[in-house]
Design a protein around this ligand. Structure first.
Ligand code: ATP
Ligand code: MG
Length: 359
């Protein structure tokens, strides 16, 4: 028996997670999955009940789980609270507390969403790449940092871009391993031409590739060139390994090439065998919360990633991914998606996917 913790969070989080939970129930009932599900509060929902976005109990529960599936956190209700007490801080503390150093962000364009006359111009048919972004190091966490007063009466804000060799190697390992399950091509992205942390990054990735992954075709690219290539010819990429900051920017850009925020899952992995966290890349979307409008696919596809990476059931991961693709192929669409023949709400989309798990 494996243990899964559900963290519905805020806004549309509880609505989309409810559909993923129904998929889990169906997999437990009909497909030999053996997962016990618990739930806890995170983010604004936790602030409202406990006064803090992540309680020690919830963190302990997360550590005791094999996989954690999250909805989304945040919303206008909590936007005036100080930084360290915002809903988003709960998620940051959770990632840090679980040492989730590798963020997998696939940018995949579903075939069914590219054959419509209303196709958005930026969407790239056939796109299928994955970012492996370092998640708990780099300039977002480096010390020293701060805002200081200057002698001349002005102020200076500063942060530190910092990576240790071990921080680079552990996330690089995740990327090399992932590349082996795909086309064995890995592109590592840095700014080693202008940053010392970037130079160390490139050296460590190169050495690890030569010693442990000679079968993987490793290339390197500067981050600015990568931004350009993502616009020029994004289909050249398979797995992209990069740091926290570049990964944040580049993976958001790539997400737009797929046409829908509501379709994109993500995973945050630590050491193998430890708990891992899965969540849609979209936010809490307060504008559509509570209206049965949210697309549950990103969350259901996040569940598929949990099945593949955390629960060692790649067979069920493929089953879930195929069910989502088939629901799209057969014309099911939530409100924000183009094309299709059946306009459905959140719950009906979940039902359409569950009904297609069987074939
Ligand atoms: P955050 O700061 O939490 O990331 P955000 O406003 O930047 O929030 P989202 O909450 O992801 O971004 O939403 C952006 C817009 O995309 C929303 O207004 C919503 O209409 C749409 N959207 C996001 N997720 C979904 C979804 N699952 N289904 C349908 N529409 C969505
Ligand atoms: Mg956002």
């Amino acid at each position: 028996m494996s243990r899964m913790l559900l963290l519905p969070g805020d806004g549309i989080g509880p609505e989309v997670l409810a559909q993923a939970e129904r998929v889990i129930e169906a997999l437990n009932r009909d497909f030999g999955l053996d997962v016990e599900v618990q739930s806890a509060l995170l983010g604004g929902a936790s602030i409202d009940t406990y006064g803090t976005p992540l309680t020690a109990e919830t963190l302990a529960q997360a550590k005791a789980s094999d996989v954690i599936l999250m909805g989304s956190v945040g919303g206008p209700k909590w936007s005036d609270t100080p930084f360290d007490r915002r809903p988003e801080q709960g998620l940051l503390d959770l990632r840090k507390g679980l040492s989730l150093f590798a963020n997998l962000r696939p940018a995949k364009c579903f075939a069914a969403l590219t054959d419509s006359s209303t196709l958005k111009p930026e969407v790239v048919a056939g796109l299928d790449l994955v970012f492996v972004r370092e998640l708990i190091g780099g300039v977002y966490f480096g010390e020293p940092r701060g805002i200081e007063a200057l002698a001349d009466g002005g102020r200076r804000g500063f942060n530190t871009q910092s990576y240790t060799d071990e921080e680079v190697r552990r996330v690089a390992r995740t990327a090399f391993e992932l590349a082996r399950t795909r086309s064995s091509r890995l592109c590592s992205v840095d700014k080693s031409n202008v940053m010392e942390a970037g130079l160390l990054w490139r050296e460590e990735v190169t050495m690890l590739g030569a010693s442990d992954y000679p079968d993987v075709d490793l290339s390197h690219m500067y981050a600015d060139n990568c931004a350009m290539q993502l616009v020029r010819e994004p289909r050249q990429f398979d797995v992209i390994l990069t740091d926290n900051l570049f990964g944040d920017l580049l993976s958001d850009a790539a997400a737009m090439l797929t046409g829908s925020l509501g379709m994109l899952p993500s995973a945050a992995l630590g050491e193998s065998g430890k708990s891992s966290l899965y969540e849609p890349i979209h936010g809490s979307a307060p504008d559509i919360a509570g209206k049965d409008l949210a697309n549950p696919c990103a969350t259901i596809l996040s569940l598929a990633m949990a099945l593949r990476h955390g629960l060692e059931r790649p067979d069920l991961a493929e089953r879930v991914e195929s069910a989502v693709a088939r629901a799209l192929d057969e014309g099911y669409r939530t409100a924000e998606l183009t094309g299709g023949s059946h306009r459905v709400g959140t719950a009906a989309m979940g039902q359409a996917i569950i009904a297609r798990l069987h074939a």
